[in-house]
Design a protein around this ligand. Structure first.
Ligand SMILES: O=C(O)COP(=O)(O)O
Ligand SMILES: [Mg+2]
Length: 230
C-alpha cells in the first residue's frame, strides 16, 4: 500500500461524482421508482437503489428491474424501461441531491493552490454536464470524463489514463478520490493513488476491504492528506 508521500508532487486530483461529491441517491431513486411505476412493476426502496449506483445508468436500470445486483433481465424489458428512466432522471436531475459537506470549500482551496482537477464518473454525459453546472462544480474541473466518453468506463483504467494524458501528468502524480470498488480498481490499474470516502455507496462491500490506499470519513480530509505529503 502506497502512502501519499510516495506520490511526490501530486499534480492531479480526479473525483468520482455520485457518492463522492454528490449525494444523488434521492433523485436516482425517484427516477427508478417512477420508471417502475410506469411499467407497473414492484417499487424499490431508496436503500436498495443506493447499493446499485456506480456502474452507470444502464446497469442501475437493469439492477432495479431485476431487484438485485446482478441485473439479469430480458433485453426487451430493458429496451422498454431505459428511455423511461432517462426521461424521469432528466426531470429530476437535481431536485433533492445534495453536495456532501466540505466539497465546495475543499475544491475551491485546491483550485487556489493550482492543483489540476477532473471529474471522472460513470454517469452518462447527458446528465453529468448539466448536473455539474447546476450544483456549481463545473468551474473546478478542467476535464470531465463520463461513462460514455471512452470505449471503457471505470473499473477500466482508460478514463483515468486518458485524464492524466490530457493534463500531461504521470499516473504516479495523480490521485483518484471515489466511493466504490470501481474507483479503487480503476485507480490501482492506472497507477493512481486511491482515496476512498467512507460515506459513499459501496453496496454490500466493506469500505476497508476495497483495497484503497487510504479511507477517509469526511471530504475535507483530502486537504490535510495533501498538506502532510507536501
Ligand atoms: O453509476 C453512475 O451512474 C455514476 O456513478 P459514479 O459517479 O459513482 O461513477
Ligand atoms: Mg461513486
Amino acid at each position: 500500500m502506497k502512502t501519499l508521500r510516495d506520490n511526490c508532487q501530486t499534480k492531479l486530483v480526479a473525483f468520482d461524482l455520485d457518492g463522492t461529491l454528490l449525494d444523488s441517491v434521492p433523485d436516482l431513486a425517484k427516477a427508478v421508482q417512477l420508471t417502475l411505476a410506469e411499467l407497473n412493476l414492484p417499487t424499490q426502496q431508496q436503500d436498495n437503489v443506493r447499493g446499485w449506483i456506480g456502474n452507470g445508468a444502464r446497469v442501475l436500470v437493469k439492477r432495479a428491474l431485476s431487484g438485485d445486483i446482478n441485473g439479469d433481465i430480458p433485453k426487451d424489458l430493458f429496451d422498454k424501461a431505459y428511455p423511461i428512466f432517462l426521461k424521469h432522471y432528466a426531470d429530476n436531475l437535481n431536485t433533492d441531491s445534495e453536495l456532501y459537506n466540505g466539497v465546495e470549500d475543499t475544491l475551491a482551496a485546491f483550485k487556489r493552490a493550482g492543483i489540476a482537477m477532473a471529474c471522472i464518473t460513470n454517469k452518462p454525459e447527458q446528465f453529468t454536464l448539466p448536473l455539474l453546472k447546476e450544483i456549481g462544480l463545473s468551474q473546478f474541473f478542467d476535464k470531465v470524463v463520463c461513462g460514455d466518453s471512452f470505449e471503457h468506463r471505470k473499473p477500466h483504467p482508460m478514463p483515468l489514463l486518458e485524464t492524466a494524458k490530457f493534463f500531461n501528468v504521470l499516473p504516479e502524480q495523480s490521485i483518484m478520490v471515489g466511493d466504490s470498488v470501481n474507483d479503487i480498481i480503476a485507480a490501482q490499474a492506472a497507477g493512481f493513488y486511491s482515496i476512498c470516502v467512507s460515506y459513499g455507496y459501496h453496496g454490500e462491500d466493506d469500505v476497508h476491504q476495497l483495497g484503497a490506499d487510504v479511507v477517509i470519513q469526511h471530504f475535507s480530509e483530502i486537504a490535510q492528506l495533501l498538506e502532510k505529503a507536501a
